[in-house]
Design a protein around this ligand. Structure first.
Ligand code: CP
Length: 327
């Protein structure tokens, strides 16, 4: 099978991806992001074919260590690894020695001693994935750490937008809901801003987060104003598992003021794209009629792009150890 096409224009003399790990969007240059998206583009047709197989990772071991629940990210990394021919091992944290009190670092050293070729980690604490990356001998991919970053989610979101809208630069993207607790929002603010989109954070005052100012986004606490003229509306889940107090009076009231309904969406552009990273809480942050509107909702496409993006990331991060020329 031929490798994915290389379409982006890289500045002369720069390496397309000089990083050992993928820990966050913050560390990536705009052309590295675009180049990764081009790599992912090449896997989409492979995934739509009958035989979804390319053995470039044959003989390599991928460990998925998820310390938090996941459906989309875990499954798509497993599928991506298998389609590339890797031996994929999913560590089930609930049945692991983490439950007997083993520390994160001891768990990392244990995984490292089994000589994996790449480790994908999700953890509830911001910075935990970076900590593990410093202790192991192989590339590490961040599958979401606390409120910090979820880089492959932002990449798959960008790929979805680029394919649907033909560009990212100049688009107005409203990211709405529980910004405070959202690593998806933080990665997307950085990625979309880096590629030239005008990004809005739309949330109740209690869920905006103190750090958004330095991320270069425009803050709106009124949903209708935040949606006005938007090309893309990305809804976020209320992350009640990360809330220690009452951030919203009730889910009913939250839906009334911040839920995405067809009536509210009328403020956006007529060809607005509706997105949600999942899992969705229908009737809390998004109305079912909007989520299932096949003309405007890209939610299933986001999941599809997730496999392509994760195949690209696994391929790129293992090129050095596989001895690919130039890496
Ligand atoms: N979007 C996302 O990270 O979903 P999961 O929690 O199901 O992986």
């Amino acid at each position: 099978m031929t490798p994915p096409p290389l379409q982006s224009v890289l500045p002369e003399g720069v390496h397309p991806f000089p990083h050992r790990h993928l820990l966050g969007i913050a560390e990536l240059k705009p052309w590295e992001i675009t180049w990764l998206l081009d790599q992912a583009e090449g896997w989409i047709e492979v995934n739509r074919g009958l035989r979804k197989r390319d053995d470039r990772l044959a003989g390599l071991t991928l460990i998925n260590a998820f310390f938090e629940n996941s459906t989309r990210t875990l499954l798509s990394f497993e599928i991506a690894g298998k389609r590339l021919g890797a031996d994929v091992v999913n560590m089930t944290v609930a049945a692991s020695s983490v439950k007997k009190g083993e520390t994160l670092l001891d768990t990392a050293l244990t995984l490292n001693a089994m000589h994996p070729d790449i480790i994908v980690i999700r953890h509830g604490e911001s910075g935990a994935v970076q900590l593990i990356a410093e202790k192991v001998d192989c590339p590490v991919l961040n599958a979401g750490d606390g409120r910090h970053e979820h880089p492959t989610q932002a990449l798959l979101d960008a790929l979805t937008i680029r394919r649907r809208k033909g560009r990212i630069e100049g688009l107005t993207v409203a990211i709405c809901g529980d910004i405070l607790h959202s690593r998806v929002a933080r990665s997307n603010f950085q990625l979309l801003g880096s590629l030239g989109a005008k990004v809005r954070a739309v949330a109740p005052p209690t869920l905006v987060g103190a750090d958004v100012d330095r991320l270069g986004v425009d803050v709106y606490t009124d949903m209708d104003a935040g949606l006005d003229g938007a090309d893309v509306v990305m809804m976020l889940r209320l992350q009640r598992e990360r809330m220690s107090g009452a951030y919203v009076p009730s889910t009913r009231e939250y839906f009334h003021f911040y839920g995405l309904t067809a009536a509210r969406l009328a403020a956006a552009k007529p060809d607005v794209l509706v997105m949600h990273p999942g899992p969705m809480n229908r009737g809390v942050e998004i109305d079912t009629a909007v989520a299932d509107d096949i003309a405007r909702s890209a939610i299933s496409e986001q999941v599809e792009m997730g496999v392509a993006v994760r195949m690209a990331c696994l391929d790129v991060l293992t090129r050095r150890s596989r001895g690919v020329p130039g890496w």
